[in-house]
Design a protein around this ligand. Structure first.
Ligand SMILES: [Fe+2]
Length: 208
């Protein structure tokens, strides 16, 4: 993936074609999700940073960490929009079609140990994603060297815990195809997870 971790932020292209995730996620949803929703977070993040030029020196994760120290309403603007950029880049980067790879390295071993198998992990992630009231995310993260499932509201991130996978349950992620049936979207999403990417992320998280 191209690097763009500091102001001015740009909307990096998807690492695959807009229709690459068909039929699980449709091209129209991908175009809107990436080109409109993520673009808006990028634009609003740049606009928020321009209100306090010191923020131009901070990479994306540090902006998120620093948000709490900022005066309102800049605090909300940075938290929501830096989070929106981070969460969406993370989401798009973990998808592929068709998903033919299963986790087979250390990640799979630890999924078996922690959750009792891949299907159990999916079931727990799905329950978590369904439990998010309104908009937010479910995440598989590494916390204290252990796999754990967490949820975040709005565009909050699980940082500083180290994320492996996320499920965007904002309606814009699925409403055109799956309507109001979040569970169907989650099932479809499991079929397009790039487990090589998850493995790569896991190895990095465990080295920290
Ligand atoms: Fe989204």
């Amino acid at each position: 993936m191209q690097e763009n971790n500091m102001y001015p932020f740009v909307n990096l292209p998807l690492p695959y074609a807009y229709d690459a995730l068909e039929p699980y996620i449709d091209e129209k949803t991908m175009r809107l999700h990436h080109d409109k929703h993520l673009q808006t977070y990028v634009d609003n993040l740049n606009a928020a940073i321009e209100q306090d030029p010191r923020l131009k020196q901070l990479p994306l994760k540090q902006l998120i960490a620093y948000a709490d120290k900022l005066p309102q309403p800049l605090q909300n603007a940075i938290r929501n929009n830096a989070g929106g950029v981070y969460n969406h880049r993370f989401y798009f980067d973990q998808l592929t079609n068709p998903s033919i790879v299963r986790p087979d390295g250390k990640l799979m071993q630890d999924i078996n140990q922690t959750f009792g198998g891949l299907d159990k992990l999916k079931s727990e992630l799905k329950t978590a994603a369904l439990s998010v009231f309104g908009s937010g995310y479910a995440w598989l993260v590494v916390a204290d060297k252990k796999l754990k499932i967490v949820t975040t509201p709005n565009q909050n991130t699980p940082l500083p815990e180290c994320p492996i996978l996320n499920i965007d349950v904002w309606e814009h992620a699925y409403y055109l195809k799956h309507y109001n049936v979040r569970a169907d979207y989650i099932n479809d999403l499991f079929d397009i997870i790039n487990w090589d990417k998850a493995e790569e992320r896991y190895e990095k998280c465990m080295r920290k």
